[in-house]
Each structure stands twice: as C-alpha cells, then as structure tokens.
Design a protein around this ligand. Structure first.
Ligand SMILES: Nc1ncnc2c1ncn2[C@@H]1O[C@H](COP(=O)(O)OP(=O)(O)OP(=O)(O)O)[C@@H](O)[C@H]1O
Length: 336
C-alpha cells in the first residue's frame, strides 16, 4: 500500500523526516510518535502535497513525486486540524466533498447518507457544524475521507480532543473501515495504547527517524508469565496464599505480589511457566488443595512496555527508548 525509501524532509531549521524506509501492507497501520515526530509531514508527502527533500515514496504503486492527482483520487485524507466550515451542515459539506471527488449528484447524496450513517451521525447531520461537539466534528472529518470510496485512508490524529469514550468509539469506527469495507487505514497517534487495540501493524517514529516497525502481535507477543486466579474455600480462606505456598514448595518461581481478581474469587498469582509441565502442576495443585480454578492465562506484552522495559530485541539499530515514556500514565509518547 505504502512504500518509502530513505525518505527525508528537511526544513531550514529542522529535519522532519530522516531517511525513513517503510513498507506498509493492507489493513490498519498505526504511525505513532510524539508531537513533532514527523507524522503530519509524512502524510503530506504521501498525498503528493509536499515534496520530499530526498528519497522516494509510493502509494498504491504510484510515485508521490509525479502522480499526486491519481493518488488523491484513490486515497482519503482526514486532517488533524479543525477545517469544517461552521455555517453549513454535515450533509451539505460531505456532499460537496463527494462532488469534488468526481461523484455525480445522486451518487454523492447516496454515498453521503451511507457514510454519515456509518460514522454515527443521524438527525444532527442537517444542523450547521459550528454547533457540533469535537466528537461530531471528528466523525464528519472521517466521513468526508471515506465518501468517495477510497482504497486507503490517511487519518491524522483522529482521536485528538476526544474523551475516553469518544476515543473508543472512534477507534471502533476506524477498525470497521477495514473490516467492513476493506479500506486500508494509516492512522497517526501519539498514544501507544490505543493503537494496540486497533492496528494490525505499528510504525514508531521519533525525531523523523524510524524506531520500530512490526506487527502488533510482535509488539504484544506472549510472555512466559502465567496468571492464575483461584477461589477461596472453607479449608483455605485465602486460596491464593495457600496456592502460593504449595507452588513455592513444588519449586515454581512466583512473582512478588498479587493482582485483584473477580469480586469473591480471591486474587491473581503471577508465576513463571517456562513449559507445559508447569500448567499441569498448577492444575493438579489447585485440585489437590480443593480450590476452584477461575482463570489460568498467559500474559501478553503491551506495546508501551517496549518503551518501559528496554525490550529492544526487534528494534532497529538506532533505537532510542524515549526516557519519559515511563512517566506517562496514559501511555503517551512524550512530547518533545
Ligand atoms: N512547513 C514547515 N516549516 C518548518 N518546519 C516545519 C514545517 N512543517 C513541520 N515542521 C517541523 O517538522 C517537524 C515535524 O512536524 P510534523 O507536523 O510532521 O510532526 P507531527 O508528528 O505530525 O506532530 P504534531 O502531531 O504535533 O503535528 C516539527 O519539528 C515541525 O515543527
């Protein structure tokens, strides 16, 4: 879908993109980086709106330097900034954008109605957009990117300014753009955590340089940590502690501390399970103590841990772990 080779963009005082080489296939791809990392610059180059200083880029097999018009025919774009005229309604605006993309009047009206329904705008679509909430405006911006039925959409920070519920709804919509319509998505964000749930592939850039590009499952691959939750019993009023003692005696390595489990079902123990024999041992020990086994699951990495644990096994050689990431409660990539 997108390929770049040693792509650079230099402004007089800043290098926004620094020899970036990427190969992005179909599906939902996240482009994550702090403010100023170069995400918007990258999108403008991919749309053929801003020339690269050096290197090359192709979108849908078309060269951005020479085929910008043809790229924009097949690609939708949701800009980061607020760009909606306040005095017109969502319907009028999206119909206008559809006509600009070359759709005949009837098709433009039909596609507008379908697209606005998809993004969850109903009666409001006839009201002037000046009175819309941020969430409604973001939905209109998404709708106008989709209305001409592109093969790929480039979404620049679509969750900006949204509260957690609005963010979840927007991420769900973005996921469905791919699963329901087969339109590939490149979505930028400075929030690592939200990409974990939404994207098949994640590209991380910092200061215009590539930090890492891998499938989300590589980022979140399983660990050897096993989480075990058991019920209490009359004989063992603290089932988790009884299990901890029995497993320690059996030679299993347990992590310090417990996590809260389901109400009434005790706590969750975390232990090292290098092989299947540990699973069998846990099951038999739980049964031997007469406890109920509520859950036994392998823990997965979270994307943010890539930045907090120094796990760089698949990182590019130039990887720098952004130090402040550890302090970001919301798992945000730090602002530079
Ligand atoms: N037209 C321009 N002239 C000079 N510098 C620019 C220009 N556009 C972007 N930059 C600089 O290039 C760098 C990358 O900017 P860019 O907007 O691509 O980052 P970003 O990752 O999209 O961040 P944000 O989410 O804050 O927009 C920044 O340092 C920015 O100040």
């Amino acid at each position: 879908m997108i390929a770049t080779e040693s792509l650079s963009k230099r402004f007089p005082r800043v290098t926004a993109l620094d020899r970036l080489s990427l190969d992005i296939g179909p599906g939902v791809t996240g482009l994550v980086g702090a403010n100023g990392a170069g995400k918007s610059t990258m999108i403008k180059i991919l749309l053929g709106l801003s020339p690269a200083t050096e290197g090359r880029a192709e979108v849908l097999g078309l060269d951005v330097a020479t085929a910008g018009d043809r790229i924009r025919e097949q690609v939708g774009y949701m800009p980061e900034h607020d760009c909606l005229p306040p005095d017109v309604s969502a319907t009028e605006f999206v119909v206008h954008m559809a006509r600009m993309s070359g759709l005949p009047a009837t098709a433009a009206r039909e596609r507008t109605a379908d697209t606005l329904r998809h993004v969850g705008l109903y009666e409001e679509r006839y009201r002037p957009m000046g009175g819309y909430s941020t969430g409604m405006k973001q939905r209109v911006k998404l709708a106008q990117a989709l209305v001409h039925d592109p093969r790929l959409v480039l979404l620049d920070e679509p969750t900006n300014g949204l509260d957690p519920v609005g963010r979840d709804e927007m991420l769900g919509l973005i996921r469905r753009v791919w699963t329901d319509f087969g339109i590939s998505v490149l979505v930028t964000s400075h929030l690592l955590g939200e990409l974990e749930r939404t994207c098949d592939h994640v590209v991380v850039i910092d200061g215009g340089r590539l930090l890492r590009s891998s499938s989300t499952s590589d980022f979140t691959r399983t660990t050897t940590t096993l989480a075990v939750e058991v019920t209490d019993s009359d004989a063992h009023p603290d089932g988790a502690e009884a299990l901890r003692a029995a497993l320690t005696t059996a030679g299993v390595t347990l992590h310090a501390g417990v996590e809260d489990g389901l109400p009434g079902a005790g706590h969750i123990l975390l232990l090292e399970a290098p092989g299947e024999e540990t699973y069998d041992l846990v099951r038999d020990t739980v049964a031997g103590l007469g406890l109920g086994l509520v859950r036994m699951e392998q823990r997965r990495h979270h994307i943010a841990e890539v930045f907090t644990t120094g796990d760089q096994t698949q990182a590019q050689p130039q990887t720098q772990v952004p130090a402040q990431a550890e302090q970001q409660k919301e798992k945000e990539v730090p602002t530079r």
